[in-house]
Design a protein around this ligand. Structure first.
Ligand code: GLA
Length: 402
């Protein structure tokens, strides 16, 4: 009687171990990345091609010193222009003048501060600034990025000729996974091929839903070369309407890097930009110079109550639940059953805006507590609706808790 029992036990052990190993192998290294929208800093909006090791180190230091790390910002992302060529073996080469100690040393420094390291490349033959792209080098580049300790890759869409977007991005995601290192994958396709329809399926963690933002509230601006046009903040906001159902933990709509602090909008407008990106569950990637921020800008970027809305674990993106001319109401369901609400006034004068409970999924008879996330103040209990005077181009941002 003892022998068959022993054989059974051994067979069971072998079977469960082998199945366990197979199951472990089939889990992608990137399965649990970006469960809340990524937060960090990116070089493009402020510095464009003027990137260097010194700049990036200084910015990583500033993420820590400014309190941004404490507020949740973690990725330090170098955008275009860090790369200059490929060597005889096809390996991507970082600019030796601007990055004299190389990318591994820079990644190590960023990691030593408790932050994460991001780089940029492109699915086509060249990046948008004409540097070598990733086409045909996907697996080689992914291994190189993993060896440098890269945690985040933004992958652009310039010079892609007749390439198919979904398969190009799927190929790079597969290459990143094959490297064995968990790497957040940021699809930068500018919405031409509607990446929200396929981004999650191919393992994208975020995808651009718009063309490039600029530091302007409502007026499109010219590219540095004089060409037309970069989007305004409002243009990118308006393109989020109807996309909320595509966002969720691990996969986010990306209306582009923040412009907060770059000088082209008023502080009121920057507060609106930041509140709207947070309630949209958009990535909060700062795009300004963190080394010399005015206290007002620092206070916007580190408002923990607003950030908590963006980082809420339920991972719902807000919907625009009401709109009357220039007045809009955006609402986001939160994990504890409360709602975050932004009352947004795009008009040229102060206006009263109301949020009706019925528009945010509550009965009109309900009494709920309202808290102002910019004044950091409980406003009291309200039944059926809440109304506030909202400054021109400004927001009132509240939570509504039954
Ligand atoms: C494109 C992207 C931008 C930036 C530049 C870099 O325009 O959309 O976000 O990465 O390329 O060249």
């Amino acid at each position: 009687m003892k022998t068959p029992n022993l054989i059974c036990a051994i067979s069971f052990f072998v079977l469960t171990t082998v199945t366990g190993l197979i199951a472990q192998e089939s889990v992608s290294p990137s399965a649990n990345l970006a469960l809340t929208p990524p937060m960090g800093w990116n070089s493009w909006n402020k510095f464009a091609c003027n990137v260097s090791e010194d700049l990036i180190r200084g910015m990583a230091d500033a993420v820590v010193k400014s309190g941004m790390k404490d507020a949740g910002y973690v990725y330090v992302n170098i955008d275009d222009c860090w790369q200059v060529s490929r060597d005889a073996n096809g390996n991507i080469v970082a600019d030796p003048q601007r990055f004299p100690h190389g990318m591994k040393a820079l990644g190590d420094y960023i990691h030593s501060l408790g932050l994460k390291f991001g780089v940029y490349s492109d699915a086509g033959s060249k990046t948008c600034a004409g540097r070598p792209g990733g086409l045909g080098h996907e697996y080689q580049d992914a291994l190189q990025y993993a060896a440098w300790g890269v945690d985040y890759l933004k992958y652009d869409w310039c010079n892609t000729s007749t390439q198919d977007a979904k398969s190009s991005y799927a190929n790079m995601r597969a290459a990143l996974d094959a490297s064995g290192r968990p790497i957040v994958f940021s699809i930068c396709e500018w919405a031409t091929a509607k990446p929200w329809l396929w981004g999650q399926e191919i393992g994208g963690n975020l995808w651009r839903t718009t063309g490039d933002i600029s530091d302007s509230f409502e007026t499109p601006t010219k590219w540095p070369d004089g060409g037309c046009c970069l989007n305004s903040m409002l243009m990118n906001l308006d393109q989020q309407v109807g996309l909320d159902s595509y966002a969720g933990p691990g996969h986010w709509n990306d209306p582009d890097i923040l412009e907060v602090g770059n000088g082209g909008m008023t502080d009121t407008e920057y507060r609106s930009h930041f509140s709207l990106w947070a309630i949209l569950a958009a990535p909060l990637i700062a795009g300004n110079d963190l080394r010399d921020m005015r206290p007002e800008i620092r206070d916007i970027l580190t408002n923990k109550e607003v950030i908590a809305v963006g980082q809420d674990a339920l991972g719902r993106e807000s919907e625009r639940v009401a709109k009357k001319g220039d007045l809009g109401v955006w609402a986001k369901q939160q994990k504890d059953g409360s709602r975050a609400v932004v009352l947004f006034n795009r008009s040229k004068s102060e206006q009263e805006i109301s949020v009706n409970w019925e528009d945010i999924g509550y009965p009109s008879t309900l009494t709920a507590s309202v808290r102002d996330l910019w004044q950091h103040k409980d406003l009291g209990k309200f039944t059926g609706k809440f109304s506030a005077r909202v400054a021109s181009h400004g927001v009132v941002m509240v939570t509504v808790k039954p």
